[in-house]
Design a protein around this ligand. Structure first.
Ligand code: CP
Ligand code: NVA
Length: 309
């Protein structure tokens, strides 16, 4: 049985298979064809942190596939009062068919998965946000950039950056990452990505210079400078990230047809200027919508994989 905890566990072929499935299901959804891919299945959705996109897309997605979503805020279940992860996992996985978790610890997510009888999906941890990257890559493909993805990530070396590293190094496209000094990506994750890149041919560049990263890029992306849980560091971070805004001056260095992606929520005039955000809003909001379609692909893939066991 496969889980979806990090793209590290997935081959290029598997990632593309899920994306193809997502594209097919998106087409069906747009034609108002709702096939019962997961009839009567229940998706447990455990949230220890806030969410707009992840919650709405998973809940709508499982419903459109023929199942139902169960929203479980960790404040409302015994997990939030200290019931052990391994007990929570064994209970919830005995009553549901799949579980999505958003929490603050990749290690705890993996512990949960190790006790689960059903597939677990990472809905964001401190380390990774893999479901977001599946939607992002779908959006890249929809812009005809399959053979010409030169991605530049400008900002904090965080869960999004780590997932970009995994995606690029597995699929074999160029990725430049520019972070301020002191906000670099996790060294272990970078080393793993560099190993995958040797096989895939990805070119990974790490720099502290946004201009170097963005030069001739076909995809420019960023994320908030203050992730959930880092609110106390906000003042310091806003100072440390000066010069890392994606604005007109920076975008002008990219390829003239470059697209701008943002996982959202976006903080205008911090990581991205209002102007660049609004100029690219069609792409950004179709990226957000692709969360729905990409995750349907993931859920159907995980179910098929389980049935094959
Ligand atoms: N991008 C993303 O995961 O958004 P939410 O935090 O709203 O789910
Ligand atoms: N890096 C952000 C992503 C939000 C979708 C966070 O973890 O808060």
């Amino acid at each position: 049985m496969k889980h979806f905890l990090t793209l590290k566990d997935y081959s290029k072929e598997e990632i593309l298979e899920i994306i193809d499935l997502a594209i097919q299901i998106k087409k069906e959804t747009k034609e108002k064809v709702f096939k019962n891919y997961l009839p009567k299945q229940t998706l447990g959705m455990i949230f220890e942190k806030s969410s707009t996109r992840t919650r709405v897309s998973f809940e709508t997605g499982i419903y459109q596939l023929g199942g139902t979503g169960l929203f479980l805020s960790s404040n409302d279940i015994q997990l939030g009062r200290g019931e052990p992860i391994k007990d929570t996992s064994r209970v919830i996985s005995s009553m549901t068919d799949m579980i999505m978790i958003r929490n603050d610890s990749q290690d705890e997510l993996e512990e949960f998965a190790s006790y689960s009888k059903v597939p677990i999906i990472n809905g964001l941890t401190d380390k990774y946000h893999p479901v977001q990257l599946m939607a992002d890559y779908m959006t890249i493909l929809e812009h005809g950039l399959r053979d010409n993805t030169i991605a530049a990530y400008v900002g904090d070396g965080n869960n999004m950056t780590h997932s970009w590293l995994m995606l690029a190094s597995k699929l074999g496209f160029d990725l430049r990452v520019a972070t301020p000094k002191g906000y670099e990506v996790d060294k272990t994750i970078l080393d793993e990505a560099l190993e995958f890149a040797k096989i895939s041919g990805a070119k990974i560049t790490i720099t502290n210079d946004p201009k170097e990263a963005v030069k001739n890029a076909t995809v420019v992306t960023t994320d908030t400078w203050v992730s959930m849980g880092q609110e106390d560091e906000k003042e310091k971070r806003l100072k440390d990230f000066e010069g890392f805004i994606v604005d007109k001056n920076l975008m002008n260095l990219a390829d003239n047809k470059a697209i701008f992606l943002h996982c959202l929520p976006a903080y205008r005039n911090y990581e991205v200027s209002e102007e660049i955000f609004e100029q690219n809003s069609e792409t950004i909001f179709s990226e957000a919508e692709n969360r729905l379609h990409a995750q349907k692909g993931i859920m159907v893939y995980l179910d098929r994989n389980r049935n094959n066991d």
